[in-house]
Structures are given as structure tokens and as C-alpha cells.
Design a protein around this ligand. Structure first.
Ligand code: PA5
Length: 436
């Protein structure tokens, strides 16, 4: 198997006729998306992105990434929400779990993240780490006016200019922003930074396959062409309605479960490298569906770690949840549990088995327990964690999100609720224009 495979047989917690009734709604939602006739249809640029991304753009991103890789030991991606989570998700999934404990090698910079919080200690500690180091900055903001990344960028830019000089700093800063609007665009044009454009018709949380995600992923040394190819194959597989359209099926199942009272979806992994895939997924579904008093609450757990913290709730708490498990079929390495003559820990019954075999049995045992306990279980098998399969997974979730949002009856492509905290914060901080 290559790519991803969705299994739904353990999630049908509703009458077959309810599922059938929703089938036609899922077909309508898919065609609304594909024909661009629904709410938010000015934000559908992501739908055909994998098949329409020009080769010249990929080549330019690779060249920029090469320049940053050659000249930096650290590259800081400054951005928040959709302007950082996609890159963080892919880079974390493809990284060695202990990457940050190794010193950077020449030509292999560590990719760090800033501007995704307003933590004073976080910022000061990052400055401390970067003091005296060769570093570069990729600053990403579609609006070009978001406060969190603006603060981080101001501070890091000052440090970089102090260390490298203003002229050299220009070559080490790359901005990804709107073609014309926003403070970041104005600043980039004035300072002469290299820039990439976030297309107008691609919203932040759907932007991982634009330079927003592709540049930091390429800087981390990953193959963005293969990532795009995976997404492109999934784009083709999910273009038309049918039982083989996995994105349509996932959207349909989520809505059927939601209607049957399952209001919370837990995205589950059994591999710690997928933690940030869940963070990206939560933003994608949370911002797309949670509006007009509706929406499945997207939550996530890392197993087996969280079976020792959240397992009790999941097994016997309020029966309002369902699980979607991402299961990696083949780890990239093989490690077996050794025999121990004394067997004082009593685990010789596992000797000779692969660690992954134990993990898979934990997954199966957990599924059986949770299904018995009233938790519907969908499973997405991903062949292995590599660029191609991640490209498939990303596009699959994006497509399903668009279909699911339309089935739910919301505009999946806006996020009006995000403005409320900003407006209060700006009033409290007396931002010009908000101080009255
Ligand atoms: O999905 C979204 O639109 C948001 O999460 C944005 O990505 C986030 O608010 C950052 O916005 P910007 O890229 O304009 O700085």
C-alpha cells in the first residue's frame, strides 16, 4: 500500500438509513466545493493547488532554501496559526525526535519557530540561543499585520541586523505575505527582502502547500516535490463523488456521528512524531467548522502516552466522543526487544518482538476497549511517515474539511470569531484606532 487508507467499519454508530440519507448531502457538498458555488468560494485556491503549482515556483523555493541552508545554523519561522502550523507539522513528522539535542551541521540548519505566542520568556530565551549564531528568518503573515509575529520579527530582525549588519541581514530574511497589502509587504518592499506571495484565494489554514509551508519544509531539508506529488494524487482521488472518495466518506462519517450526538472528535496517533499533525488538524477543523453555534470540537491525544492520563475519560466518561486514529503501517527502522536472562522485569514474553508489534497490539487492544465502551473508531492507515504520504494526508484532511463544513451548513473558509480577542486586546493596549 502507498499513501493513506480510511477504515470506517468500527465507527457506524447510527442506523444505515441515516448514513444513506447523508450520502446525497455529501455528494452535493463535494460538488458545491468543486464548482465553487458555496459560501466562501473566493477562498478555494487550495482545491487545485497541488496540480497547478508551477515548477518555477518550486525551483525558486528550493533555491531560497539552499541559500538559507548554506548561510545559517538556525532558521526561525515567524508566524502563527495557519502561517506556522503546517510547516511545523510536516517538519516535526519528518524529523528525528531528538534532532534538537544535536548541534547543527553545516548546511543543515535547525528550524525554529517564533511569533506563535507572546511569551516573554520564550522570546528572551530564543534571543539568548541565537546570540552569536548564524541565523536567518522566514517571516510569514498573510495579512501582514498580526501582532504576535510582528513583535517576534521586530526583535529578531534587530538582533540579526546587529550581528550580521543591515545589508547581509537582507539576504537572510525572507517574507511570505500578501502581494500588495499589509505592513509586512510595505516593510519587505522598503527593505528589499526576497518575498513570496500567499495567493488571495488561499486562507491561512489551507496554505501549507503554498510557500507558507513549502519554504520552511524545504529549509528543513525535506523533498517538497514529493510532498506536492502526494497531495496531487490525493487531489485526483477526491475530485469526484463515490465510495472510493475517502475525503467524502470521512466528511460523511463525521457528520453522521455529530448528528448522533458525538460532538467531540479525538485525533489519535500512536507515534509521537505525529503530535503536530494533530495540532495542524485541530486548527483546520476548529476554525473551519466551529461557528454559528455548530461544529465538532476537534481534540487530540498521543497514545499510548495519554492512555495513562486521558484513557479513563475516553473509556468511561460522557459518551459524546469518537476517535480517528492515524496509524503508521511501517516505521522506518526496526528495533527488537532483547531477551534478559534474569527477566526481573517480567517482559521476556516480549523478547524478540519488534517494538512496533507491541505498539500495534496496544492500538488494537485500545480500539476494542473503546469501541466496546461506546467510542466509534475510524482509522486512517498511513503507509509510512514520508513526504509523499504526508502530502496525501494533508490534502485528504483539507478536502474533507471543505466537504464536511458544507454538510454542516457553515462557511468553512472564514473565521470571524478570531477577531474578538484581538479587538479587546487592542483596546486594552490603546492601539491607535481602538483607543476610544
Ligand atoms: O487560518 C487562518 O486564517 C488563521 O489561523 C491565520 O493563519 C492566522 O491568524 C495568522 O494570520 P496571518 O497569516 O494573517 O498573520
Amino acid at each position: 500500500m502507498k499513501g493513506i487508507k480510511l477504515e470506517i467499519q468500527d465507527a457506524k454508530y447510527f442506523a444505515e438509513k441515516e448514513y444513506e440519507a447523508l450520502q446525497s448531502e455529501s455528494v452535493t457538498a463535494l460538488s458545491t466545493l468543486m464548482e465553487g458555488t458555496g459560501a466562501g468560494n473566493d477562498f478555494l485556491g487550495w482545491v487545485n493547488l497541488p496540480s497547478t503549482t508551477p515548477d518555477e515556483l518550486v525551483t525558486r523555493i528550493e533555491a531560497t532554501a539552499k541559500r538559507l541552508r548554506e548561510n545559517c545554523d538556525y532558521v526561525v519561522c515567524v508566524g502563527i496559526g495557519g502561517s506556522y502550523l503546517g510547516a511545523k507539522a510536516v517538519n516535526s513528522a519528518l524529523a528525528d525526535n531528538f534532532e534538537y539535542y544535536y548541534a547543527p551541521n553545516p548546511g543543515e540548519p535547525k528550524v525554529l519557530y517564533a511569533g506563535q505566542n507572546i511569551g516573554e520568556e520564550y522570546t528572551a530565551q530564543l534571543e539568548k540561543l541565537l546570540t552569536g549564531k548564524r541565523f536567518g528568518i522566514i517571516v510569514i503573515s498573510k495579512s501582514g499585520t498580526t501582532t504576535e509575529p510582528a513583535i517576534a520579527f521586530r526583535i529578531l530582525k534587530e538582533l540579526l541586523e546587529k550581528q550580521a549588519g543591515k545589508e547581509k541581514a537582507k539576504d537572510l530574511i525572507v517574507a511570505v505575505t500578501d502581494a500588495n497589502k499589509g505592513a509586512l509587504r510595505t516593510m519587505s518592499d522598503n527593505e528589499g527582502y526576497e518575498t513570496y506571495v500567499i495567493p488571495d484565494n488561499v486562507g491561512g489554514r489551507f496554505s501549507v502547500l503554498t510557500p507558507v509551508g513549502l519554504l520552511p519544509i524545504a529549509v528543513a531539508g525535506h523533498d517538497i516535490r514529493t510532498l506536492l506529488q502526494g497531495a496531487k494524487d490525493m487531489e485526483a482521488q477526491t475530485a469526484h463523488p463515490g465510495s472510493d472518495n475517502q475525503a467524502q466518506t470521512y466528511a460523511l462519517m463525521r457528520n453522521a456521528l455529530y448528528k448522533s450526538g458525538k460532538k467531540i472528535e479525538l485525533l489519535v496517533n500512536f507515534d509521537p512524531s505525529l503530535h503536530y499533525i494533530s495540532e495542524w488538524w485541530k486548527q483546520l477543523y476548529g476554525e473551519s467548522e466551529g461557528k454559528d453555534g455548530k461544529g465538532i470540537f476537534p481534540a487530540s491525544v498521543d497514545f499510548t502516552t495519554d492512555l495513562h492520563s486521558m484513557g479513563q475519560w475516553i473509556q468511561q466518561g460522557e459518551r459524546s466522543i469518537f476517535e480517528t486514529v492515524i496509524s503508521v503501517a511501517k516505521p522506518s527502522v526496526e528495533r527488537r526487544i532483547p531477551e534478559d536472562k534474569e527477566n526481573l522485569d517480567g517482559i521476556n514474553y516480549l523478547a524478540g518482538k519488534r517494538i512496533d508489534e507491541v505498539n500495534k497490539m496496544a492500538e488494537l487492544g485500545t480500539k476494542m476497549a473503546h469501541v466496546d465502551g461506546g467510542v466509534p473508531n475510524m482509522r486512517i492507515e498511513i503507509e509510512s511517515v514520508n513526504e509523499y504520504n504526508l502530502g496525501q494526508l494533508i490534502y485528504f484532511f483539507e478536502k474533507a474539511c471543505g466537504i464536511s463544513g458544507y454538510m454542516l451548513g457553515v462557511n468553512p473558509f472564514n473565521q470571524p470569531g478570531v477577531e474578538f480577542y484581538k479587538s479587546n486586546m487592542f483596546k486594552l493596549l490603546k492601539k491607535p484606532g481602538y483607543d476610544k
